[in-house]
Write a protein that binds this ligand. Structure first.
Ligand SMILES: C[S@@+](CC[C@H](N)C(=O)[O-])C[C@H]1O[C@@H](n2cnc3c(N)ncnc32)[C@H](O)[C@@H]1O
Length: 363
């Protein structure tokens, strides 16, 4: 995820932009920033977990209706089938698991409403995480919050420490989180989240956009899907780790194939943008990939040949217009892991025929 500040800065900088697009929307940070700034926004992601969380960033609903729906679903779908096996015996207390299975079944059958979208996202947020001392914040036995442990490793970890799962009431955990997160939601500003591949889905959009703020998967990062296997199960996926990375840009292993795949997205996006639209991209690579994210991203804009004129290139997180911060960031970067993330801004000057190269100018 990029920090909320990043898309918020773009909303301030491009204050005339009315319609915002994020073709790799992840958990919907851009969509939420657009909402805070009073703009409508469309997000696309190929990963159902990201899509489900992003959808909630556009919804507005109070805590009581979410809690009521959770109670109703647990009552109504109490006989939903429960996954079996060592992992499931250790990961959740059996009553918690039965209630979770009921919520899963109910939400799979329920049509999407603001309440069900919000409940689904809240459960994804509390599904697994560390066991804390006071009131529980997560439903699972001890586990990381950001990614789900692989079953064999997790079972060994719990067994060795004799860490038995305790009963945690999903409704209570959701209620506490809903109370905190839903009390002061900003007004809705319109927009939606579409599940699918960025290039093909953008091509199907009808309306035009004037600001695109996005972050493609970092080069070399191939674990977006397996890391989220438990959340993926809750959304109707299998009760085990899906090692395929279907549709993920990350499956493009060579740099050239990855650059071409990004180029295809920038080309499709240009088709759906008004002349003068701005494209702001944060991109990076895993250190182990040993590549230059800057070169890759600029090459993809050139290869797109779609009229994106590069206006600015700077290290990720350097505040727009602040040289000093950029320098400080550079110093930090040198000390920290050399990922070399960058922020690139481009402007849609004119559409060119595919194959022509985009003019590029560093800011
Ligand atoms: C760096 S993350 C975006 C994070 C986002 N900015 C946020 O704040 O949550 C990249 C996202 O691209 C998605 N992705 C990968 N390949 C894709 C594709 N072909 N089409 C659409 N989304 C894709 C991944 O699922 C992932 O959620």
């Amino acid at each position: 995820m990029f920090p909320l500040d990043f898309p918020l800065q773009q909303m301030t900088k491009y204050s005339d932009a009315r319609r915002v697009l994020d073709p790799f929307c992840g958990r919907g940070t851009t969509l939420y920033a657009a909402r805070l700034a009073g703009r409508s926004a469309v997000g696309i992601d190929v990963n159902p977990v990201a899509g489900a969380i992003a959808q909630a960033k556009l919804a507005r609903v109070g805590p009581s209706s979410v809690v009521r729906l959770a109670r109703d679903l647990i009552r109504e779908y109490g006989d939903a089938s429960v996954p079996k096996g060592d992992f499931w015996d250790w990961a959740f207390h059996d009553q918690t698991l039965r209630e979770l299975a009921a919520l899963r079944e109910g939400l799979l059958r329920w049509q999407d409403t603001a309440t069900s979208v919000m409940l689904r996202a809240l459960i994804l947020g509390v599904l697994h995480g560390p066991r804390n001392k006071g009131l529980p914040s997560y439903l699972s036995n001890q586990m990381p919050r950001t990614y789900a442990s692989k079953p064999a490793y997790a079972v060994r970890f719990w067994r060795e420490r004799d860490l038995r799962p305790v009963h945690i009431d999903p409704v209570e955990v959701v209620a506490r989180r809903a109370e905190r997160m839903l009390r002061n939601l900003p007004p809705r500003t319109g927009g939606r989240v579409l599940l699918g591949d960025a290039a093909t889905t953008v091509a199907r959009l009808r309306r035009r956009f004037d600001l695109v703020v996005t972050s493609p998967p970092y080069y070399g990062m191939r674990t977006y899907v397996p890391d989220q296997w438990l959340r993926n199960w809750f959304l109707g996926g299998p009760p085990n780790v899906p090692y395929g990375t279907e549709g993920q840009l990350a499956t493009k292993r060579s740099q050239a194939a990855f650059v071409s795949a990004m180029a295809e997205v920038w080309r499709a996006v240009a088709e759906r943008c008004s002349p003068g639209a701005h494209l702001v991209v944060r991109f990076g690579a895993l250190p182990s990939a040993g590549v230059s994210p800057e070169k890759m991203l600029l090459a993809s804009l050139t290869e797109a040949g779609a009229g994106w004129l590069v206006r600015d290139v700077r290290p990720a997180g350097a505040a727009i217009g602040s040289r000093r911060q950029a320098e400080q960031f550079n110093r930090k970067q040198r000390m920290g892991p050399a990922v070399g993330d960058i922020d690139v801004t481009a402007e849609l000057i004119r559409r060119q025929r595919v194959g022509n190269s985009a003019t590029s100018r560093r800011g």
